[in-house]
Design a protein around this ligand. Structure first.
Ligand SMILES: Cc1cc2nc3c(=O)[nH]c(=O)nc-3n(C[C@H](O)[C@H](O)[C@H](O)COP(=O)(O)O)c2cc1C
Length: 147
């Protein structure tokens, strides 16, 4: 069955709420396996076994989290050729400015030649119901692209 890999850094309850929303959306799509890995535990093997990737990170100092950067550093060269065209989606949570974080992710994804399959979801401040719903739809839409 097609596999959606969720790679996330989740250091707070707000981030946990968004992770759960993303997984709930993906789970609504039948016949897609959802594999969830903390960014510091995700491996090249996880990525090579996936058909799409959903990334979730806080904004940290105008960049993606260090944990997600470690993931990219881990998989970049081992997966550079094999994951060309990989559909991906991303949600970013920040206190007030996610601009640098999403830019940093899109820069690496461009280097990997991944394909942004769904518009990024950018959340600032305490995630509300509409934010969680947007992330649920993100997870569902990305899963649907590989179903
Ligand atoms: C070291 C550090 C750097 C941060 N940098 C940013 C930033 O550049 N932009 C931003 O919007 N939020 C920033 N934040 C806030 C985090 O994104 C936020 O704490 C995280 O998304 C979790 O949300 P919460 O603290 O509301 O639970 C930073 C937090 C930390 C600890």
């Amino acid at each position: 069955m097609p596999t959606l890999l969720v790679v996330h850094h989740t250091p707070s309850p707000a981030m946990q709420a968004l992770l759960e929303a993303a997984r709930a959306g993906a789970a609504l799509v039948p016949d897609v396996v959802v594999v969830t890995r903390p960014a510091l535990s995700a491996s090249a093997s996880d990525l090579l076994a996936a058909d799409a990737v959903l990334l979730g990170t806080p904004a940290n100092l105008g960049y993606m989290s260090g944990a997600l950067k470690v993931f990219f550093d881990t998989v970049y060269y081992p997966c550079l050729e094999a994951t060309i065209g990989m559909p991906y989606g991303v949600y970013v949570h920040g206190q007030n400015d996610t601009t640098g974080a999403i830019r940093s992710i899109e820069k690496v994804a461009t280097g990997l030649k991944w394909r942004l399959a769904v518009a990024p979801v950018l959340v600032t401040g305490e995630p509300g119901a509409a934010d969680r719903q947007a992330v649920t739809e993100l997870g569902g839409t990305l899963a649907a692209t590989i179903a």
